[in-house]
Design a protein around this ligand. Structure first.
Ligand code: UT7
Length: 334
């Protein structure tokens, strides 16, 4: 039986650290407010004015993951690129990354699932591998949020949260009857709540797609109904955990480490407490990176691997909720 197994992980963040104190230079906020409400202490942002897209961060992360997996670019059968901040309106960042990797015909697929982009991507990679359509898939989550944030006081509820960064995993087909690799995944979306976290412009439904009026009205910046999303997250994350456990026939105790999307420290604490999990079983790194959206779960995974929290035989659950709204979970045995 073909199993989709993660055989390499890598992450990359730009060198510029932006602390909570730095943000107070541009907006009315405080280190205390940000730490208390979100747990975030700092994030990484690309250098202002230095042209850097999601595919640039994705390239550096991919190279690190590929080095760990022992892959050459030519080994890749498919690139799956998850981002909400693509380099261009179109074509997708996956195509740009493919070229930067020196490839010229390898297929590249972009997915727009925001905070659950990595889980949707992993489920897609699993389906490609199990069906025999690919043997080696490079799955990347990468975001450059900072060039699209309203860093004035008007945008402070959103802009203090987001960080730039990328992470990649190499997913390989392994022929094995043992339960290994992706053991199961559950994906959900509810478009009725699409506007609770969105960037409205530029948009194909507008004519033209971007006008001076839209810029004046700040419609090209993300907006978020943080309270509703918080409520959805604390309801949906336990729910999707139970669903994926049922789908895989596993019990909560069989999971060695839970790696939730890093949207808010308080959401993940609430999750840990409501599931009655020991603190050390739920991984957090939002303090240092902020919310890196599609990159957040693989970035946390790469750190957990580096810290020795995930190794051969570890069973890990990935879970998250975000814009779409989408929510999802997957279980992987290393
Ligand atoms: O990954 C995508 C999924 N997104 C999420 O999961 C986000 C979920 N939601 C959240 O994390 C929280 O809702 C936030 C951290 C975004 C906001 O926390 P909150 O406790 O819901 O605060 P709030 O938006 O209700 O704002 C409370 C107060 C307001 O002032 P008043 O009206 O009480 O005077 C805001 O204007 O805090 C003010 N405020 C800020 N103050 C200082 C909002 N943002 C800031 C800020 N600094 N950055």
């Amino acid at each position: 039986m073909k199993r989709a197994v993660i055989v390499g992980t890598g992450r990359y963040v730009p060198p510029r650290v932006v602390t909570n104190a730095d943000l107070t230079r541009w907006m009315d906020t405080s280190d205390e407010w940000i730490r208390q409400r979100t747990g975030i202490e700092q994030r990484y942002w690309v250098e202002e004015g230095v042209r850097t897209g999601a595919s640039d961060l994705g390239l550096a992360a991919s190279q690190r993951a590929m080095a760990k997996a022992g892959w050459q670019a030519e080994d890749i059968d498919l690139i799956i690129f998850a981002t909400l901040s693509p380099d261009l309106f179109f074509p997708g960042s996956g195509c740009l990354l493919q070229h930067k990797l020196g490839l010229s015909a390898t297929p590249a697929l972009d997915i727009r699932q925001q905070c659950t982009g990595f889980i949707y991507g992993l489920a897609t990679a699993d389906a490609y591998i199990r069906s025999g359509m690919a043997r080696r898939i490079l799955l990347v989550g990468a975001e450059v949020h900072s060039s699209g944030l309203d860093i004035s006081t008007a945008g402070r509820d959103v802009s203090v949260i987001f960080g730039d960064g990328a992470a990649a995993v190499c997913v390989e087909a392994v022929d094995s009857d043992a339960p290994l690799g992706v053991l199961g995944s559950v994906l959900h979306a509810n478009g009725a709540l699409a506007e609770s976290l969105m960037t409205e412009a530029p948009a194909s439904r507008e004519w033209p797609r971007l006008t001076e009026a839209m810029l004046r009205e700040r419609r090209h910046f993300p907006t978020m109904d943080g309270k509703s999303i918080f409520k959805e997250a604390v309801r949906r994350l336990p729910e999707v955990t139970r669903e994926v456990l049922e789908a895989t026939g596993l019990a909560l105790e069989d999971i060695d480490l839970f790696i939730p999307h890093q949207a808010n420290f308080r959401i993940n604490q609430f999750y840990q407490q409501s599931m009655k999990l020991p603190e050390k079983k739920v991984f957090h790194n939002i303090q240092r990176y902020g919310n890196t959206t599609a990159a957040s779960i693989p970035l946390a995974l790469d750190e957990a691997v580096e810290m020795g929290l995930v190794g051969q035989g570890s069973t890990v659950m990935f879970l998250g909720l975000g814009s779409g709204l989408t929510w999802a979970a997957a279980v992987h045995r290393f």
